[in-house]
Design a protein around this ligand. Structure first.
Ligand SMILES: Nc1nc2c(ncn2[C@@H]2O[C@H](COP(=O)(O)OP(=O)(O)OP(=O)(O)O)[C@@H](O)[C@H]2O)c(=O)[nH]1
Ligand SMILES: [Mg+2]
Length: 342
């Protein structure tokens, strides 16, 4: 080496010429390859272990988040009768002997009307290219329409296994289920299909087995004790937003964005502060309610869920602020965490 620690030309030539396998026979090289553990991360699982990612996609309100919660066995994704409830992709890990499944909940795919809608779509469509299996959820109780056809066009081109999942079977009669299956098959071809009800826990395990069947051999992507990839702040913001969705109507659910500003574990309680943003002063009045009744109930409902999730007493404070036109403001959409890149 020269004084300035740069390798000389001679040293570089030597390095270039160095062949660690020089002189080894083909048999010795094969034996060396057999000893190799394979790609990084495979080492800690038994041979034949399978793993992979399964995206739950479909129209808004098809029951994706409810199915994710049923598979995971605990409510981590928010759900509501309002279309476009899910705004963030969320992963939940299911570990079974011999395999690990990572379910990915996605926003409902729809024709976007604003900047937020475009981001939600982008985020769901992005998952189609990044998973081993796509579970295409179709609501058994609603006629298959242009919305499902639009999703099918996008699912079709994904290069992964495709499973049709007919949801909400508890609310459909057998004839309706048969008709829906027929209509779903007119949209595209599937590698498998299943009829489910998440609320009655009908075929949820069978759904897990169905998608697990398509998993490739692979590593344990996440530690066994990791449930979801959502941060505590995200869970707070999402569960507060769910309560707003469930207690308000019309435009308000779509106009609401929530940020968790502070989260502090003290000796006895988890102190949490979150801000609910709306687009207009009138909406702020509705969220606060007469004499503060509405915000009080939103707080009580959210606190109950957060105490269940975090397993500790929660002290929750909520604020309401106005941020006009945020649904068409890219920077603000990102600040809320609703951007496709998050
Ligand atoms: N009866 C019945 N209702 C269900 C079932 N699954 C979901 N639902 C209801 O359908 C509504 C929508 O469910 P979500 O899980 O939020 O739907 P989603 O597909 O995640 O909706 P987005 O996030 O808006 O795309 C909620 O009111 C659920 O309670 C089911 O198996 N049976
Ligand atoms: Mg959802």
């Amino acid at each position: 080496m020269s004084d300035n620690m740069q390798p000389t030309d001679e040293v570089l030539d030597e390095v270039e010429e160095f062949d660690p396998f020089e002189g080894m026979s083909d048999e010795e090289l094969d034996a060396l390859c057999d000893e190799d553990d394979g790609p990084m991360g495979f080492g800690d699982v038994e041979p034949g272990f399978r793993s992979g990612f399964v995206a739950l996609v479909g129209r808004p309100n098809a029951g994706k988040s409810t199915l994710l919660n049923a598979c995971y066995g605990k409510k981590v994704a928010i759900t509501s009768p309002v279309a476009q409830t899910t705004r963030r992709r969320m992963r939940a890990v299911v570990n079974r002997p011999g395999y690990q499944l990572v379910f990915v909940d996605t926003p409902g795919i729809h024709k976007p009307k604003d900047g937020l809608g475009s981001e939600l779509n982008k985020s769901a469509l992005f998952e189609l290219n990044d998973v081993d299996v796509v579970a295409f959820l179709i609501d058994a109780t609603k006629p298959i329409g242009r919305g499902d056809a639009w999703v099918a066009e996008r699912v079709k081109s994904a290069r992964c296994k495709k499973v049709l999942v007919l949801t909400k079977a508890d609310e459909a009669d057998p004839a309706q289920v048969m008709e829906q299956l027929k209509a779903a098959h007119e949209l595209m071809d599937y590698d498998d299909e299943i009829v489910t009800s998440s609320v009655k826990n009908f075929n949820v395990d069978a759904f897990i087995e169905t998608v697990a069947h398509f998993l490739p051999e692979g590593p344990r992507w996440f530690p066994e004790d990791m449930g979801t990839d959502a941060s505590d702040e995200t869970l707070v913001a999402e569960f507060v937003r769910e309560k707003v969705l469930r207690r308000t109507r019309d435009e308000i659910p779509h106009s609401v964005g929530v940020i968790c500003d502070a989260l502090e574990q003290t000796k006895k309680v988890l102190r949490v502060h979150a801000t609910i943003y709306v687009e207009r002063e009138g909406q702020k009045g509705i969220i606060i309610g007469k004499g503060g009744e509405m915000i009080k109930h939103i707080g009580i409902d959210a606190r109950r869920d957060l105490e269940r999730i975090f397993g500790t007493q929660v002290f929750l404070e909520l604020d309401v602020k106005v941020k006009a036109g945020w649904r068409d403001d890219e920077a603000q959409i990102r600040r809320f965490g609703y951007s496709a890149e998050d």
